[in-house]
Design a protein around this ligand. Structure first.
Ligand SMILES: [Zn+2]
Length: 271
């Protein structure tokens, strides 16, 4: 019964370009691997390479579910898709409220996990965000490159199914959220710095839609190391109007500066 539904949804996810793979399920509270001390019940991969096997190939996917009809379905995040994984048992709901006070999160695709948690999906086109645990806040993990989420209609260890909550499509992450995600991701910061050898192109070439948010976030980070936020904001507005194609809204630029300035101001006080 689980079989058909998870397969059907796996196909649907694959068709929209999200690579999927089968993971264990749960029966009467026990992981289908049948290890009583399983460390990741109803969430760990069934295939040998797990995440690395993730595929959008419908034939491959159907073969997996022929072999493991009861499998849960997992979506590989990254390549432009991130999920915020909120675990209320570790104060994730409080961390999400704190995040919402800093960043205006748009309505987006949302999953209720069978265990009382929540997954918020965001598109981050052209941006690499890696996995991180509790860097945005306690109980608030980021699933990005190198990560995955168990997706509806999988069965949680609790016996409840993961379910889509509402019908909002996946929203693009606002620049201020991308700035926070990038800040919580040191590897991505390193990548950006090495890309900054390319700074001069920022005043010779126009920045396209999928790259605007991350570019303005890194530029804001650079300016805020030297300049007061109000001056950095003024310069960014001019740069945005001249080089972003099309420019992002002034509100978004302001929020990006606010998010990054909060961090920069704190680090200056710490020195
Ligand atoms: Zn297990």
């Amino acid at each position: 019964m689980n079989a058909d539904r998870c397969l059907e949804w796996a196909e649907r996810y694959a068709q929209r370009g999200w690579p999927v793979f089968p993971v264990h399920s749960a029966r009467v509270g026990v992981c289908t691997c049948r290890q009583v001390d399983c460390s990741s019940p109803a969430k760990h991969p069934l295939t040998t390479k797990g995440l690395k096997d993730a595929s959008t190939d419908l034939e491959v996917i159907r073969e997996w579910w022929r072999r493991w009809p009861e499998a849960n379905v997992a979506i590989a995040t990254g390549r432009g898709l991130v999920a915020l994984d909120i675990d209320p048992r570790h104060e994730g709901d409080e961390s999400l409220r704190a995040l919402r006070r800093r960043v205006e999160l748009p309505a987006t695709a949302e999953v209720t996990t069978g265990g009382g948690g929540q997954h918020l999906y965001f598109a981050v086109p052209g941006v690499t965000i890696r996995n991180s645990a509790s860097k945005l806040g306690k109980g608030l993990d980021v699933r990005g490159d190198g990560g995955y989420v168990v997706a509806p209609p999988s069965v949680h260890q609790s016996g409840q199914r993961y379910a889509w909550h509402g019908d909002a499509p996946v929203a693009e992450a606002p620049a201020s959220l991308v700035a926070l995600l990038a800040a919580s991701d040191k590897a991505s910061a390193r990548e950006r710095r090495s890309a900054l050898g390319g700074w001069p192109t920022l005043v010779t070439e126009r920045v396209r839609e999928g790259e605007r948010n991350e570019t303005i976030a890194s530029l804001a980070g650079l300016l805020l190391r030297r300049l007061e936020p109000v001056l950095a904001f003024g310069l960014l507005l001019g740069w945005n109007a001249r080089f972003c194609d099309p420019p992002i809204s002034e509100d978004e630029v302001a929020k990006t500066v606010d998010s990054i300035a909060g961090r920069e101001l704190r680090s200056r006080v710490a020195r």
